[in-house]
Write a protein that binds this ligand. Structure first.
Ligand code: NAD
Ligand code: ZN
Length: 389
């Protein structure tokens, strides 16, 4: 089959690779009908996530048709139309039982290696380095999926892929970011970053009762999209963010701030390098918790900072003094996608949410390297690339 593979830092390409096969009785093979490029893939492209090996297949946002199931699969059948959440959950461990599916204890075959390197083991994620299990991703024609009964969600026929695809990641991610703000009716929420995740966080914040959402970015087209969703745009290259947020909230600051940026390659301000991890990770000059710092400094006293953005390694220069003395709450994590799929599917079917608003590019799998290029550099007004393998 054809797949998009990581070939080294800032290099991806299409290669012919062996078709995936069933390795465990609980596996299923999915023929992929739609897949997407995520901001999280850019951290791999940039080389900020350790333990990538040339030839690794990328992609963790994919859906398709079940082609084959292992002997132990009960509920999922050949021919089912499914979406595949990006975190892999066994469905049985203590964490899965609590609905904390991105923290599953049994989904990372390389947990020991990760623990040796970091002192903790993340759960399994498709196409996301060997420290999250080394599983081939879904920017490909086929993928092996694990614990099929616990992970694959059957989707209704007659609804286009594009309406459903983002249930795999960015729609629940934006939603969980807003849920984590514990929004009270009429609250003001500031969202740092107007990429696909930020845009879905804006949508979700309104859905959960926010009175006002302030959307922060530097790209006018992304800020326009945020404004179309009802948010007040704030361009951080034109306005001083902290002062402007104060002014817009009667001097108090937003009730909650969402970091939908993470290890963004663009960022300024003071910050050190992470010496301890330099050996294993390529650390960027700009690999600094920039938006996170601003979120902590700008949120009102007693407010909440919700971190959807992905971080790796050690962050320094976090204003812990402000965090403590302002009495803040911080919530974060990889998204417990499984927990939110049923509710969000209902919202899509009722028309409360139209996830297709973020799609700017529809490309073939062969064009995926170009997709990475324009998505990373925000060229050609690119916000979200959907690939048709
Ligand atoms: P993206 O790169 O398209 O969007 C990031 C946006 O942040 C860009 O528009 C950029 O201009 C803006 N930005 C950069 N620095 C900023 C700053 N200092 N202040 C305000 N805005 C700034 O990426 P995306 O697909 O929207 O993903 C966003 C983040 O969410 C990434 O870190 C990604 O890894 C993460 N993510 C997390 C989860 C999860 O489970 N927690 C899931 C998916 C994605
Ligand atoms: Zn993603």
């Amino acid at each position: 089959m054809k797949a998009l593979v990581w070939q080294g830092i800032n290099r991806v390409g299409i290669e012919t690779v062996p078709d995936p096969t069933i390795l465990q009785p609980t596996d299923a093979i999915v023929r992929i009908t739609s897949t997407a490029i995520c901001g999280s893939d850019l951290h791999l492209l940039d080389g900020y996530v350790p333990s990538m090996v040339p030839g690794d297949i990328l992609g963790h946002e994919f859906m398709g048709e079940v082609m084959e199931v292992g002997k132990g699969v009960r509920d999922i059948k050949v021919g089912d139309r499914v979406i595949v959440p990006f975190p892999i959950a066994c469905g049985k461990c203590w964490f899965c039982q609590q609905g904390l599916t991105s923290l599953c204890d049994n989904s990372n075959d390389n947990a020991k290696l990760a623990e040796t390197m970091f002192g903790y083991a993340p759960s399994g994620i498709y196409g996301y380095s060997h420290l999250t299990g080394g599983y081939a991703g879904g920017q490909a024609q086929f993928a092996r999926t694990l614990y099929a009964d616990a992970n694959l969600f059957k989707m209704p026929e007659g609804v286009p892929d594009e309406q459903l695809l983002f249930l795999t990641d960015i729609l629940p991610t934006g939603y969980m970011a807003a849920v984590n703000c514990d929004i009270q009716p009429g609250d003001t929420v500031a969202v740092y970053g107007c990429g696909p995740v930020g845009l879905f966080a804006i949508m979700s914040a309104f859905l959960l009762g926010a009175g006002e959402v302030i959307a922060i970015d530097r790209f006018p087209d992304r800020l326009d999209m945020a404004a179309k969703l009802g948010a007040q745009p704030l361009n951080y290259e034109q306005e001083e963010v902290l002062a402007s947020l104060k002014l817009r909230t009667g001097g108090r600051g937003p009730d909650s701030c969402i970091d939908a940026v993470g290890m963004e390659a663009h960022g300024t301000g003071p910050g050190g390098l992470y010496d301890a991890l330099k050996q294993t990770t390529r650390m960027a000059e700009s690999d600094r918790p920039h938006a996170l710092r601003a979120a902590i400094m700008s949120v009102r006293k007693g407010g909440t900072v919700s971190v959807a953005g992905v971080y790796g390694g050690l962050g320094d220069k976090i204003p812990l003094g402000a965090f403590m003395n302002k009495g803040l709450t911080m919530r974060t994590g990889q998204t417990h996608v499984h927990r939110y799929v049923p509710k969000l599917l209902e919202h899509i079917m009722k028309g409360d949410i139209d996830p297709t608003v973020v799609v700017t590019h529809r490309l073939s799998l062969d064009e995926a390297p170009h997709g990475y290029d324009i998505f990373k550099h925000k060229h050609d007004h690119c916000v979200k690339c959907v690939l048709d393998p």
